[in-house]
Write a protein that binds this ligand. Structure first.
Ligand SMILES: Cc1ncc(COP(=O)(O)O)c(C=O)c1O
Length: 412
């Protein structure tokens, strides 16, 4: 079942008012959209602690704190993301250190920090966890293993992570030895098998195929007297970014997962990122000037791929809307960034009405994998981030200053 794409929540006048004070480009997040998306997940799963927001999608501290107010957990893929979650006031016992490649030092930090769960995804991480557990004095640390189920999920190739040739996790035949090694270690309690098929999926079918692979492994481990308690199904639900289409619903995923796992005794955990944060964000950029390219008009803006890279990285076509309503047009335009690369684009083939230099454009649904992937290339300060709530709005990350660009450097 698919749901209809919601209308943009942040109205043009409010966005224009915000950037009048704080300049462009600027990210603006709607806290009410974050709330709504978390509630959809929590209602579907039935227990907030089993919804672990993927911190990487948007780790502004105010966003994390807002999400934490719903009682959910958090999945950090690095020690840096874990530190951000802690800095937002989230207790270690609500944080999962996820199954993304980690150094032995990072594994040791996770094991020693009293986290909810540490997911290990390579033999050297298992060795590091066993080594780190010897320094624990309290309860054993909960650990899990990431499985590479060998499933093509239909996402952009760069975002596919569960294929047989992916760099993540253990192949099904490698799990048994790793699980046994963890089970034999007093300081560790293996509970969980995890997978993450990829990000931006537009179908639930790959989850069913992956669960079947995991159930085979669970049966094998159970037969050898090493039961598995939990499946962590990662994230992945896609968002329809364009002018048409619809989003996948958490409730539909949970229903098929629960049906598949009925009678298995396994509990479940999810790590949604994009489906919580994407629709909450808008990037506001100003048109610097127009020019003709290959006979087509192009709008060169003050925001580009250093601020929002999803078109340049994945060809993602986000909705782009002028904030000023004009009647002329429409015309088909390219929306370009200002940097020194020809590939610096926010979108192509857009039907926009009479946009003039100085106008503001809103790039929609950029709350996930937006600011977190911004760079300082061309020595461009990263944009401000603003959070809008019922009670108004506030800047939750200042625009970087020029001095921020060389902080920590020395001249010789
Ligand atoms: C291990 C893991 N869990 C969860 C996620 C979040 O995925 P999404 O934002 O598609 O929900 C990712 C994204 O890369 C991931 O690597």
């Amino acid at each position: 079942m698919l749901t209809v794409r919601p209308e943009p929540s942040l109205d043009p006048q409010l966005l224009a008012e915000i950037v009048r004070e704080h300049g462009t480009p600027a990210y603006v997040y709607d806290a009410r959209v974050l709330d709504g998306n978390v509630r959809r997940w929590v209602e579907a799963v039935g227990d907030p602690s089993r919804v672990c927001y993927a911190v990487k999608a948007n780790y502004n501290l105010a966003v994390l704190a807002r999400l934490a107010s719903h009682g959910i957990g958090f999945e950090a893929s690095t020690v840096g993301e874990m530190a951000r979650a802690l800095a937002a006031g989230i207790a270690p016992g609500r944080i999962v250190l996820g199954g993304v490649p980690k150094s032995p030092q990072a594994v040791a930090v996770g094991i020693g920090r009293g986290l909810d769960l540490v997911v290990l995804q390579a033999a050297h991480e298992v060795e590091a966890a066993i080594e780190a557990s010897t320094s624990l004095s309290g309860a054993p640390a909960r650990v899990g293993l990431r499985v590479r189920p060998g499933i093509r999920a239909g996402a952009h190739p760069s975002l596919e992570t569960g294929r047989a040739d992916a760099k993540f996790g253990f192949g099904p035949s490698e799990i048994r030895d790793a699980w046994e090694a963890l089970s034999r270690t007093d300081g560790l309690r293996p509970t969980t098998l995890a997978f993450h098929l990829g990000s931006g999926l537009d179908s639930l079918t790959p989850y069913e195929a992956a669960i079947d692979v995991l159930l085979g492994i669970v049966g094998d481990l159970e037969a050898s007297g090493r039961p598995v308690r939990e499946l962590d199904l990662g994230g992945g639900l896609g968002v329809a970014y364009g002018d048409t289409g619809s989003d996948l619903e958490p409730a539909d995923l949970v229903r098929i997962v629960d049906e598949r796992l009925a009678g298995s005794g396994l509990t479940t955990r999810y790590e949604p990122g994009r489906s919580i944060a994407a629709r909450a964000g808008t990037l506001v950029t100003r048109v610097l000037y127009r020019r003709e390219r290959d006979g087509h008009p192009a709008l060169v803006c003050d925001g580009g791929f250093t601020d929002f890279g999803r078109y340049s990285l994945y060809g993602a076509q986000h909705r782009i809307e002028p904030l000023e309503g004009r009647l002329e047009g429409p015309e088909t335009v390219e929306v370009l960034g200002p940097t020194c690369e020809s590939g610096d684009k926010l979108g192509t083939g857009r039907r926009l009405h009479g946009v003039q230099p100085g106008d503001l454009l809103a790039v929609r649904d950029v709350g996930a994998y937006g600011f977190v992937m911004a760079s300082n290339y061309n020595a461009r300060p990263r944009p401000a981030e603003v959070l809008v709530d019922d009670g108004g709005w506030k800047v939750v990350r200042q625009r970087e200053s020029l001095e921020d660009l060389w902080r920590g450097e020395t001249v010789g």
